[in-house]
Design a protein around this ligand. Structure first.
Ligand code: EPZ
Length: 417
């Protein structure tokens, strides 16, 4: 059983480059299914979720291989439309392949992704939109069977919730649909803009990505392109949380401060100071964080739900009480019991978590239960007295490309055993 052993109470210092965004890479790899020729992706992080997406592409008849700092993906040979269970289960976000496979082959059969550690993860918004675009979809025995024998056509879609995955799925499917698709109440996350930037390089005609209404004029076909993923704003938020929890000063090279507005303002409330010069973001944390007041997770540009866990770990060390309200997922406090085992004073009631900061977190044997929860345990262990042991490290590897090496290079004592 792999575990991370962390000796806490060490200040971090220095600078590090933020990895490419997982939540850009996953939809972009699905979108590559629509292209002919060789795509060249730069700044694509080495993550198990990325590997799972590459495995799906290979299974469907494509190729995906690393060459130096690039990931080369060629989907010219794609001729399959069934994604087997074992490949679907590896990552929750594989639902974003639905629109891509359907648009590419006219058919798709994949197992319902099912819930995961943080919630039910329904896909009703995906299915409703694709049906509006002409797909016939039946859900039986845990499988989705989809047909679009006459191809997909444009539609006017309004999302009842600005779902990131549904927005991406529709953008991909609409890129080569017959006619124009509009998505109202679309998600605005930076990864939506990154996906649109890639697809437009491939010849798609997508307008308004990152705003509330996205318009996609379908084109007959797309050709491969070269694209550099944007930096991962959630990894950046995690590193900022580590600095805030340990009273450190760090420079994050490549972090896009415009993508981190809500996180920066919360940590400024706690006494952290920020400076951006060029593509670098410098955080200077106080010796001890002050209360972060009230934090509500919201769709972008609000405070990101993915940053809730690591920021909570920093709040657990603060001088004062902070309140968090998790509005996006129904089961995203599963890291709280482990933080409490480390001495954190946290009470949760439904969506609300009340965090009474304490000077005394101490290292303990804890188990991670999901990706961002694992990041919270690492953040807390860095601030804790003594040695902490964190199992469930595979969760971390889904979204963090060598976090232990990054933290060690910044002065932390973190070992993977
Ligand atoms: C994406 O998930 C991210 N994953 C998540 O990051 C992130 O937490 C989430 O967006 C919100 O920002 C990827 O991009 C791969 P949603 P996604 O559809 O697309 C409800 C991480 O840690 N909903 O915006 O699944 C849903 O239940 C991961 O990197 C429906 O009701 O998120 C949830 O309450 C975790 N019906 C809310 O919308 C649907 O059809 C947000 O979900 C779809 C979603």
């Amino acid at each position: 059983m792999t575990k991370l052993v962390v000796k806490g109470r060490r200040r971090l210092h220095g600078e590090t480059t933020v990895q490419g965004a997982k939540n850009s890479a996953l939809p972009i790899l699905a979108a590559a299914l629509l292209t002919g020729g060789e795509n060249v992706f730069f700044n694509c992080p080495h993550l198990s979720d990325v590997e799972a997406s590459c495995a799906i592409l290979r299974y469907l008849g494509g190729t995906a291989k690393r060459e130096d700092s690039a990931l080369l993906v060629d989907c010219t040979g794609v001729d399959r439309w069934k994604i087997p269970d074992e490949l679907m289960r590896k990552t929750r976000s594989s639902i974003v392949f639905l629109g891509a496979v359907l648009a590419r082959t006219g058919r798709a059969r994949l197992s319902l992704p099912g819930g995961c550690e943080i919630g039910m993860r329904p896909i009703d918004l995906h299915l409703r939109a694709l049906r509006a675009m002409g797909a016939a979809i039946s859900e039986r025995h845990g499988y989705l069977d989809c047909k679009a024998p006459h191809g997909l056509h444009g539609a006017k879609i309004t999302l009842s919730f600005p779902s990131v995955g549904a927005t991406e799925d529709i953008m991909i499917a609409a890129s080569t649909a017959d006619g124009t698709t509009t998505i109202s109440n679309a998600a605005r996350e930076p990864e939506i803009g990154d996906l649109a930037a890639y697809l437009n390089k491939c010849g798609a005609k997508i307008y308004g990505a990152g705003e509330g209404v996205v318009v996609i004029d379908g084109v007959p076909s797309l050709s491969a392109a070269a694209h550099t993923m944007i930096p991962d704003r959630i990894v950046a938020a995690t590193l900022l949380s580590c600095a805030a929890a340990t009273g450190s000063e760090l420079v994050l090279r490549g972090a896009v401060s415009a993508h981190l507005g809500a996180v920066i303002s919360v940590l400024e409330e706690g006494g952290c100071r920020f400076a951006c010069d060029g593509g670098d973001l410098r955080i200077t944390a106080p010796e001890r964080l002050k209360s972060l007041r009230v934090i509500r997770t919201m769709p972008y540009p609000g405070f990101p739900t993915d940053a809730q866990a690591p920021v909570m770990a920093a709040a657990a060390t603060a001088d004062g009480t902070s309140v968090m309200i998790e509005n996006i997922f129904e089961n995203r406090y599963r890291h709280v019991p482990a933080l409490c085992r480390m001495g954190a004073q946290i009470r949760t009631e439904g969506k609300v978590a009340v965090i009474e900061g304490t000077r005394h977190l101490y290292g303990a044997k804890v188990e991670a239960t999901d990706l961002r929860g694992a990041a919270a345990l690492v953040t807390a262990a860095l601030a804790a007295e003594g040695t902490g042991e964190i199992t469930g490290v595979h969760y971390l590897e889904r979204g963090y490309d060598g976090l232990e090496q990054t933290l060690t290079a910044l002065g932390a004592d973190v070992k993977k055993i």
